[in-house]
Design a protein around this ligand. Sequence first.
Ligand SMILES: [Mg+2]
Length: 276
Amino acid sequence: MEKQHQSELVIFTDLDGTLLDRVTYSYNKAITSVKHLLQKEIPVIFCSSKTRAEQEVYRRELGFFHPFIVENGGAIFIPEGYFQFKFDYNRIQDGYQMIELGIAYSEIRRILEQIRSDVKVDFRGFGDMSDREVAADTGLDLEAARRAKEREYAETLKLEGTPDEVSRTLGAIKEAGLNYVFGGRYYSIMGPNDKGRATKILINLFQRKLGHLKTVGIGDSPNDLPMLLAVDIPVLVQGPEGGWEEADIPHLRRVEGIGPEAWARAVEEIILVHDI
Ligand SMILES: [Mg+2]
């Protein structure tokens, strides 16, 4: 049978709990599939709550030199010249064309400090913690913890306490005009950005670069749902409790397994179905 005209595949992926193991941050179980994607030159776009500094390490290690979305859609970093046409961006920094969608970290911190004294709940953000404390809390090594603290558009909040304290804090955050989303371990506190808005902007740019696209999104947590809504093939891997995040998304594929193992399974199935 003659092969149908192929659309170009572009994969958007979450990192923590998806391409990376939730506990060890290892991608080892996905490495064969990563190599398949590199061979087939399929762009893989990181779309994570991680910072630019953190994502740059995984870009180098895995060999994905594509645009990437940081801090829950706070900004899109596009290697200069990646898109060979004119498009809108905010500034150029360190060889990236940056599209900024979030608000400045310092402003978010200022608002959170006000909220802390108003609601009298002792929540803590990465900005309140030393490198060592972040390392102990996340399981990252000290260097990685330092990179996790290099935040530009979103604060990572450790919000524990009684249900009432949690809901009062989250209510105050909303009232102050900020957004929050749960990423599986921490809350991300940010401006009007989310993963979906950033994903849509990049899909548009990729359409101009590659023509007809088939877009894939792979995630595990509530903060991934806007990204999954923006793509043609949304994929959820299982969360730490074994089940899938509740989501009302058309054509959602729920893949058995957690983390990089499930990520690899999803990628292999999609490559197979698309015969590329
Ligand atoms: Mg995740």
